[in-house]
Design a protein around this ligand. Sequence first.
Ligand code: ZN
Ligand code: ZN
Ligand code: FE
Length: 760
Amino acid sequence: MTGLVQGVGFRPAVYRIARALGLTGFVYNDTKGVTIELQGQEDRVIEFLNRLHSSPDKPPMAQINSCNRMDVSIVEDETDFTIRSSDGTGPALSQVTADMATCGDCLAEMVDKDDFRYGYPFINCTNCGPRYSIVRTIPYDRPNTTMSPFEMCARCAEQYADVGDRRFHAQPVACGACGPKIWLTDNTGKRIASSTEEVLDETARLLMNGKIAAIKGIGGFHLAVDALNEDAVQRLRQRKRRDHKPFALMADSIETIAEYAVVSEPAEQALRSPQSPILLLPRKDGSTIAPSVAGGVRTLGFMLCYAPIHHLLFARGINILVMTSGNISDEPLICENDKALERLGSVADIFLMHDRDIYRQVDDSIIHLVDEKPALLRRARGYVPTPIITEFMTGEDIFAAGPDLKNTFCFAKQNQMICSEHIGDLADAEVYHHYIRSIEHLRGLFEVEPKIAVCDLHPGYLSGQYVRSLTGLKVVEVQHHWAHAASVMVEHGVTATVIGLICDGTGYGTDGAIWGCECLVASLESFERFGHLAYYDLAGADKASKEAARPALALLRQAYAGQFSLPEFAWLVDTFEPDKARQDMILQQLEKGVNAVKTSSLGRVFDAVAAMLGLGSYNHFDAQLPMALEAAIELGIEEHYDFEIAGGAGKPLELDLSAMLRGVVADLRSDVSRGVISAKFHNCLAAALLAMAQRARESTKINTVALSGGVFCNGYLINRLVKLLKNDGFCVLLNRNVPSNDGGISLGQAAIAANLPERD
Ligand code: ZN
Ligand code: ZN
Ligand code: FE
């Protein structure tokens, strides 16, 4: 059997079912998965397989991808079923699994007064608890985890050794007598409370009084505050120096979440999954969530309690908390006690700490629903380091460095793609060091020996410089948007050629321009640029992705060709760039081509339209303006602005959005509402992308479309486009298991490198 069948309690489950059915034989881990040999009556063997594939017998974290069966000869004197360590042909695949939310069995024990782990904040079992975040090195045994200082008591040790027990070989197993403990300090590190009860009571009381708590969890510290207390949330914003980005929320039940947001059936399923991600949900009108939690967006990011500590706190009367990453702006998550006091002492009033060290900081994962099914926006806790299984075998091990923004990196080994958790933006020196350390750590955990290293084409990327500095490896450069398309293909096991519709902010193109909105005809071996958004000029290098006036002026100038002048458009331009001198300077730069590049970026078109609609003129965080534009949409509008697709005849088609721009201006002049304009803009893009896909289908006879790129984090756009494409008979593939934004690039890079045609 292959799939996620190692390190998830699979062999003990096999053992229990086989024993219960009176079957004999054995089970062991091998290099591809698990091998089971069974002897007994045929109907029993069939029942065995049924039970292994379904709850409650299937281990919750296990995923069976394939099951090959064959007959073997009878072993005469076999009387028992046994677990063997391995077949000795090679190392097991992966030993380290992802951190999982506290399971139902553990929760039931935690609230059972007669259980010896009653109220214990570190209860866990084979089916739940920390894994990746506590492992230092392999083999995955207790001495190699941060649980090594804790010696198991007799009761824990007995469960750990009992193959029939839920805690058989659960490395972090512990109880109040032998395991980690919690305590509470003020922001100078002075203890306020030490007994578990007192710590939890006091933390809950202070939180409900508006205090900010730093709470050490599974993957690092959270900063927590009562989400219904506007003063407290504002205080957290000021102290954390996070002015704009929405905060994530935590609740302990679906019912509570449903008071504030719309929870559909698939949403509930995603929230309750053992990965326990943050899910973006439509906000309910008139909800009493503090306004400062999430301004400028129409969604709220919710997760359920996922660590015992969370459940115990919420049981003390807490309704809903802001739970945001314990860091200052975008630095790596803080996970050490000392560092938390040092760095967050000016942010949090109290610190709920514990003595189970976190070896790997892992952020909360974020997902949204596309076409009613989960799609990751940030892949970290709960999902990493679970490999993505490929249809093909990688020859030599591969390291894919990822991009510089929203970085993740990826290793390819055999039929596994091992993607790192969300690392962040490498321009930050701390993040960059974290990146280098993380590469070594993950490489060690999975025993990867890369012979090939992949990076982006961009000559200025730090990730690329790192790759080129490695010695003895073959270096492969992969175009950014091709990698986006490949990330979708490998996720879905597609090796044929597809139409890739990539809607993105920026990526370095093969012609030196900054690409963004691309229609590629792509396989894992090669790609061709079939069409793209017509180039426009962007001046000001890095500033161009923050200051919306830059793309706005460039696009207006292009849309009105010779007829654009600042005085004539002062009524509009003054609203997003009041400084006349700056308007002039940007226009000069564009006209003279100073510090200007050609781009087909779609992200910047969103910035420009958002600015024209008065939704802001500066991206304080990535995609702030596009998110505001999406939030402004009036639902139920079917109209769209015009667009043109021109060119061809040996050259890529060009999508011209000038008519759309002129339409927006005309609507603004006649006081059409922002909600309607935003809807017509989004609808225009969906229609234009559909038209582009149709042109590609006509020309190539390919009917499969792969959607990727950061712009598809926009729920309205991707859901609308998926519908249009499906209605037109396209087979639509999109990113689910990795983000469609740059967090998925490393997977695509690795897939392309794994399928390189053999050259000298
Ligand atoms: Zn459990
Ligand atoms: Zn114990
Ligand atoms: Fe991208």
